[in-house]
Design a protein around this ligand. Structure first.
Ligand SMILES: [Zn+2]
Length: 224
């Protein structure tokens, strides 16, 4: 009996030590008839844009996922509080948004740990992470596995970060949107951003086509 207990303990230790490798998603495979899609917003919170996006989402009654930079959450705590209380999904987008490819494993750990710690102050316990600019390495996968994060990339890049005119953002999304897509947008932009203007066209049009807006975790959950 003691021996059996020992083997069971050993086995459970091994499963813990060898935590399941983080999944990396660009999109989620769904049945086309499901028509589920996820809007994602990176780099916030921003004191003006994040609030405007929250009010647009509320106006249309749709949900979304925000990948927050820890430093911005610390800089704009009131907006971060509003975001955390809004009930939208929040993911870890590192503390200072540096290129993870140029970092040691310890530095990568620190970037995610500090962001996680900041989000916890706002009552958020993220399950998802998105590496800045989508750059990830084996270290990023290792850290994500340990922290039990899924790595979320995207299947449609609106290029709003490059000050793309709103009509081009709209055209890109409406011509390409399919069930299971993860759409990349930003709620922190310097200078012109067509994001909010584009959302006011994209959301009602996709809803009209029968799409349901879900968080990334909801998209994964039902189709993993
Ligand atoms: Zn980013």
């Amino acid at each position: 009996m003691l021996f059996v207990t020992f083997v069971v303990l050993l086995f459970s230790q091994n499963t813990r030590a060898g935590a399941k490798a983080a999944n990396v998603y660009h999109k989620i495979e769904t049945d086309n008839s499901e028509k589920k899609i996820a809007l994602t917003f990176d780099d916030g919170p921003h004191p003006r844009i994040t609030r405007e996006i929250i009010s647009i989402l509320k106006e249309y009654g749709v949900t979304a996922t925000f990948f927050v930079i820890g430093q911005n959450a610390d800089n704009y705590p009131d907006t971060m509080k509003l975001l955390s209380e809004s009930g939208y999904e929040i993911g870890n987008h590192t503390y200072s948004h540096k290129n993870l490819k140029k970092m040691s494993e310890d530095e990568v750990v620190e970037e995610f740990r500090r962001c996680n710690e900041t989000l916890l102050k706002f009552g958020v316990e993220p399950n998802l992470m998105r590496p800045p600019e989508g750059f990830f390495t084996d270290d990023v996968i290792k850290v994500s596995s340990t922290m039990e994060y899924d790595i979320i990339l995207w299947s449609i890049d609106t290029r709003d970060w490059a000050h793309t005119p709103s009509e081009c953002i709209v055209k890109n999304v409406l011509e390409n949107a399919k069930s299971g897509d993860i759409i990349l947008m930003h709620d922190y932009l310097s200078g012109y951003g067509g994001t909010c203007e584009a959302l006011r066209i994209i959301i009602p049009e996709l809803a009209h086509r029968g799409f349901e807006f879900v968080t990334v975790s909801e998209l994964i959950g039902e189709n993993a």
